[in-house]
Design a protein around this ligand. Structure first.
Ligand code: FHN
Length: 485
């Protein structure tokens, strides 16, 4: 009887579940609900490629496909929704949309110019749409005719982009939509009939083939950025997606995949039934940012952001608020201060031109990054109390703090809080290191000492003050080792 009670207790509280830990440093076991297709590792990946990813700071997203031709309009009618979704908006004749590929001939497309602009902006990685929900492939996939090879342009635009970004040292990640409105076997609801199930199997094989083809054809790509994975039909494919992911990872050691790819066997997406992050970083921060460090649950993450409200692909008529470079720089600072990367979207038009509004933003962000990139690259959460004047980042290796100032109080003083017993050290302008700042201790307590920094002038744009705390020299290596775990 006693034995039976123990057995029931053991089963009801869960068992030690071995995980498929594929990365050094990641935990391989946990005591929890047994899952066949949950997270493959607990905690952050600490291998070299993931360290590079974590330290990017700033990335570029590019949405480019057939939807760039109509640019949010069809036969004179303005469609207010996301331009890349135009095929699905009511009143849109799908057959006409599906013939747009016959017009795709981007005369101004110059991948080297895109890459040069991204480099000047300060981006260290790019995510490029290889195929969006409409199913059109910007590479010559051998598994469908709906590709760039059958357009008047004919050439492999994806290869041009990958080569151009590789050449300037920007890492490439391939966006891939599981939703594919062009494939006959695709469906969003879970297949019910025998015929639906058979068709969906052809879609799964097609999807797996295309993904393997992408990794084969573009060997320098560092990761896959999945989208369109919310359909009930795909969510039910936990076993298939899990095994496909294992195959993809075997093809490309170090491959980085975010939390959108697959669901666990209970249909849980992003976080499995145990609450553990699926895959390598959280992909849920789309057009929104976490507010505090508690919101990110100790995970890697990136935020993908549009310039206007919800337009990713080219829309010729942006309405509503269009973000300024100062707003975007602030979002980037907030992302890095909360241990994430910030990825800004661009939607080139049907001729391959990056619109002037985006070019101007890239230029302005680049001008700021030219001076201040040290506060963004290789930086993350500083472990210090957030202050209303802006954000504090910390270089993961040197331990230096960066105060990124956006809102200067009328008093002209900034408050900072240092750990109790730690010296304040040195404070100076990143742009003008000779410009040092005086501090005044205003409060001392066991929780930390508060200081005022007296500014001399009110800055006209976001400014960075470097803070070399006096305890830096002793323990920067220790701090780096800690940051890696
Ligand atoms: O539906 C897409 C949308 O068009 C765009 O590609 C974004 C980018 O993150 N993802 C989907 C919505 O989550």
């Amino acid at each position: 009887m006693k034995k039976l009670t123990y057995l029931i207790l053991f089963l009801s509280i869960g068992i030690i579940q071995p995980l498929k830990a594929q990365f050094p440093g990641a935990t391989a076991q946990r005591s929890s609900i047994a899952l066949q297709h949950g997270a493959h590792h607990i905690g952050k990946r600490t291998d070299a490629q993931m360290e590079i990813w974590r330290n990017y700071g700033l990335g570029q997203f590019i949405h480019w496909g057939l939807y760039a031709i109509p640019g949010g309009h069809w036969q004179g009618k303005y469609y207010p929704g996301a331009a890349e979704w135009i095929r699905s908006w009511s009143g849109m004749p799908n057959e006409d949309y599906d013939h747009l590929y016959q017009q795709f001939n981007p005369k101004n497309f110059d991948a080297n110019a895109w890459a040069a602009q991204a480099k000047a902006m300060g981006a260290r990685y790019v995510i490029i749409t290889t195929k969006h929900h409409d199913g059109f492939c910007i590479w010559p996939s051998k598994y469908t005719d709906y590709t760039i090879a059958n357009t008047p342009y004919k050439k492999d635009a994806l290869k041009e982009i990958v080569d151009a970004y590789d050449a300037v040292g920007i890492d490439v990640y391939l966006y891939f939509s599981i939703i594919d409105w062009n494939h006959k076997g695709y469906q969003s609801a879970a297949p019910k009939t025998v015929a639906e199930k058979r068709d969906y199997e052809t879609f799964k094989t097609f999807t797996a083939n295309q993904l393997k083809e992408l990794l084969t054809n573009y060997p320098s790509a560092k990761g896959l950025w999945f989208d369109g994975t919310w359909d009930a039909a795909w969510v039910a494919q936990a076993a298939f997606a899990d095994s496909l992911e294992t195959e993809l990872r075997a093809m490309r050691p170090g491959l980085i995949i975010g939390s959108r790819f697959r669901a666990d066997e209970n249909g849980k997406r992003h976080f499995d039934t145990n609450g553990d992050l699926m895959d390598d970083y959280e992909q849920g921060w789309e057009r929104k940012l976490p507010k505090t460090i508690a919101d990110i649950h100790g995970n890697d993450w990136d935020c993908v952001m549009t310039v206007p409200e919800n337009q990713w692909g080219y829309h010729s008529e942006w309405r509503g608020h269009v973000k300024t470079s100062t707003e975007l720089i602030e979002m980037m600072a907030q992302s890095v201060a909360l241990d994430g990367n910030f990825v800004l979207n661009f939607g080139p038009d049907g001729q391959g031109t990056i619109r002037p509004e985006e070019a101007k933003l890239a230029q302005e962000i680049g001008d700021w990054m030219q001076i201040n990139h040290e506060a963004i690259y290789d930086c993350g959460y500083a472990g210090l109390e957030k202050q209303d004047w802006g954000y504090i980042t910390q270089n993961r290796k040197t331990g230096k703090y960066y105060l990124i100032v956006f809102n200067v109080p009328v008093s002209g003083t900034l408050k900072i809080k240092n750990a109790s017993g730690k010296g304040i050290g040195k404070l100076y302008d990143l742009a003008h290191p000779e410009q040092q700042y005086e501090t005044e201790e205003i409060h001392r307590s066991a929780e930390g000492n508060e200081y005022f920094i007296h500014l001399k002038d009110k800055p006209t744009q976001p400014k960075v003050i470097v803070w070399e705390s006096s305890d830096l020299d002793q323990d920067s290596d220790v701090r780096y080792e800690k940051a890696k775990t």
